[in-house]
Write a protein that binds this ligand. Structure first.
Ligand code: UDP
Ligand code: MN
Length: 271
């Protein structure tokens, strides 16, 4: 049997808390694959415990050994000033540089195939099928219009761990003056320029709910991804528009009152 794993990343207590909802959702899909949470040392023991209790395997990881110049170019202040986020807001606890730590999953060579999932996502149907997809597979970054289809979203992707790939990535990532405007996402899109497309419902971005409601069909949605504002942020700017999705996340977070997904109302029915 091939060894497969779902992997996420947490570099602070906020994302560790969110990962509990993700891990709980994965367990409920009855997957046999390992569930691995990569965590940096900034995450407290108290935040890691519930993840372990849910059955996740914990993998301590370091930040990438990037040059000081690279780290400076990708510092939050510089990223936000050079390429402001005009579509939505990033929470205060989000550090762009931490996104790159995802690449560490290529070092988990004990696994044949890894499906990486951002900590701010929920898996609401079994997605074991994704282990049969090739490297590098990701869904399109669709949340506003069809023009988004040519870009990938790095919140969900299929990868084949290999130290050799990791080493090669590090050379490209930290090449002199290399600047990755949208961090790991821009990097992965460039490194795997011939990426394979996953169906969009393997990474439904929350803004689809109000920007492209006709694309949202609970019968096909497998992963809900809370890009930009997070469902555990109190009264964020889009909280009213996203209430049904926030309620869903809260249910998974608390582990109670989980709805039957097939009976949920689609946004296009609510008009
Ligand atoms: N992440 C993290 N700490 C950070 C930033 C990111 O642990 O400070 C991880 C976490 O898994 C998160 C993912 O990297 O879900 C990508 O960041 P985020 O989901 O906030 O970006 P978005 O989906 O909004 O683009
Ligand atoms: Mn995300």
């Amino acid at each position: 049997m091939p060894e497969n794993a779902f992997v996420t990343l947490v570099t602070n207590d906020d994302y560790a808390m969110a990962a509990c909802a993700l891990v709980r959702s994965l367990v409920l899909t009855k997957t046999n694959a390992d569930i691995v949470v990569m965590h940096t040392k900034a995450v407290s023991e108290t935040s890691l415990l519930p993840l372990r209790d849910l059955g996740a395997k914990l993998e301590a990881v370091e930040h990438l050994p990037c040059s000081p110049a690279f780290n400076e170019r990708h510092r939050k202040k510089n990223i936000h000033e050079n390429a402001p986020f005009s579509k939505g807001d990033k929470p205060l606890f989000h550090t762009p540089l931490d996104n790159f730590v995802k690449l560490r999953l290529w070092q988990l060579e004990r696994y044949d195939t890894i499906v990486f999932i951002d900590a701010d996502a929920l898996v609401i149907r079994n997605i074991d099928k994704l282990f049969d997809y090739p490297e590098f597979s990701a869904a399109p970054n669709v949340y506003e219009s069809v023009a988004d289809f040519h870009r990938l979203n790095s919140g969900v992707f299929v990868a084949k761990p290999s130290q050799a790939t990791f080493d090669s990535m590090m050379t490209v990532l930290d090449a002199p003056d290399a600047y990755w405007r949208r961090t790991d996402q821009t990097f992965l899109e460039t490194y795997f320029s011939d990426w394979h497309g996953l169906p969009v419902f393997y990474n439904m971005l929350q803004y689809v709910w109000f920007n492209l409601p006709e694309l949202w069909d609970w019968k096909s949605v497998h992963i809900v991804h809370y890009q930009y504002e997070k469902p555990w942020e109190k009264n964020h700017g889009k909280a009213d528009k996203l209430k049904p999705l926030i309620d869903l996340w809260q249910a998974y977070c608390e582990g109670k009152n989980l709805p039957d997904i097939d009976t949920l109302a689609n946004p296009s029915d609510m008009k």
